[in-house]
Design a protein around this ligand. Sequence first.
Ligand code: BEZ
Ligand code: FE2
Length: 404
Amino acid sequence: MTILAPNYIYLDGTFKENIAVAFNDKIEAIDSLENLIKLYPSANVVQAQKNAVLYPGFINTHVHLEFSANKTTLKYGEFMPWLDSVIAKREELINKCNNEVMIKACEEMMASGITTFGAISSFGTELEVCMKTPQKVLFFNELIGSSAATADMLYGDFLERLDASKKCGDGVIPAIAIHSPYSVHPIVLKRAVLVAKNENLPLSAHFLESQAEREWLEHESGDFLDFFQKFFSTSKAVSNINEFMENFDDIPTHFTHAVQATQKELSYLAQKGHSIAHCPRSNRLLGCGRLAIEELLKLKIPFSLATDGLSSNNSLNIFDELRAALMLHHLGPLEELASLLIKGITSTPAEIFSLNSGSIEVGKDADFALVSLPDAPSSLESIALQSILHVTRVDALYIDGKKV
Ligand code: BEZ
Ligand code: FE2
C-alpha cells in the first residue's frame, strides 16, 4: 500500500487541500494523511513536494503513433497540400518510424502525464510498442478504402489486424476506427460498425475535419474532386454527410475533429449519444478552423482533448495541447474553460470509453499524474488554469499503482 500526500488533489472536478490517497493497483481510500496512516500503518508514505497537485492519469484519445517520425517533412497550413504531402512522403515516414521512435513518442506522452491513449492504427505496426509501453492503449484498428475493387481485400486486412490486437492482454483494448466519410466504402463500413456493435468495441471516426471534406461530401466538388480524379479515377463521393452519420445510429461513436459540422449535424450527434475528440493544434496546423466547443456545451456533447499524431502536431505533450486550447477558445470565462479542458483529458474520455480511470475515486485504477506549481495558487478555483499555464512535465506518474 502506498499513501500519496500532495497539497492539492483533483476530486470530482474540483480541487481539495490536505487530502491524501491510499492505493495498491486500485485506489483504496481518500482521506486526511493522518486518518490514512491510522488505517494503513505499514503503508509507504510519499509526501509530494510543495504545491504539488495530484491528477488522475491523463487520457489522450487520438494519436497516430505510426507517423511519429514526422518533424518537418509534412506541409502545414491547408488540408489538401498536407494530404498530398502525406501521400508523397508516406513510405519515407513509415520506414523511419521504427519501434525506438514510437517508444520515444510514448515516453513524451508519459512525461506529460498521459497514462492511457487511443492509438489510431493504419497498419498495425505500433502494436508491439503498445504492448511494451506501461500505458493503457485503446487500439483503434483503422478501416480505410473507398474503392469497391479493393474494399474486400482491405476489410480482410483490417479483420486480421483487429484479431491481432485482441490477443495482446490487458494493456491493449481492441477497438475500431473508420477512417472518414470520404475514404471508406459504405458496404465494409457497415460491416465494421456491426463488429463494433456485436463485440462492444470502442468505435471512432474522423469526421468533417476540413472545408474540402465538406464540399466533397455535399457537392462532389472542390479540392477533393481533383484528388479523387487523380488517385481513384472517380468524381463521385461514396457517401454524403447524413448517410455517413446514420451508420452510427446504434452505437455511440467518438468522432474526431467535427470542426466543419453544422449546428444541425451537431444536434444529430448529440441526439444519438455520440462524442467528439477535439485536436486544436492539429486543426490549426492543417488550416481546418476552430471547433466551436461552446456549441458542444449547449448541446451537451461530451468532448475529449487530444493531440492527434506527430503528422499534424509538433509534440505529444498534453500540456502543450491544453495551452493551445486555452488560447484558441478566447471567449468565455477563463477558469471555467481550464476546468473543462482538464475534464477533456480525465473524466470525460473515461466515461466515453467506460474506462476504470480518469478520476480519483475509491475502486478506480491507481493511475496518477503528479505535477507541481511553481508557487502557491491564489485560489483552489485557479489550479486547473495555473496547471495548464505552468506545467510541462509531471513529477511522477503512476499506472495501476506502480511508479513508472
Ligand atoms: C480512399 O481509400 O478513398 C482514401 C485513402 C486515403 C485518403 C483518402 C482517400
Ligand atoms: Fe487523426
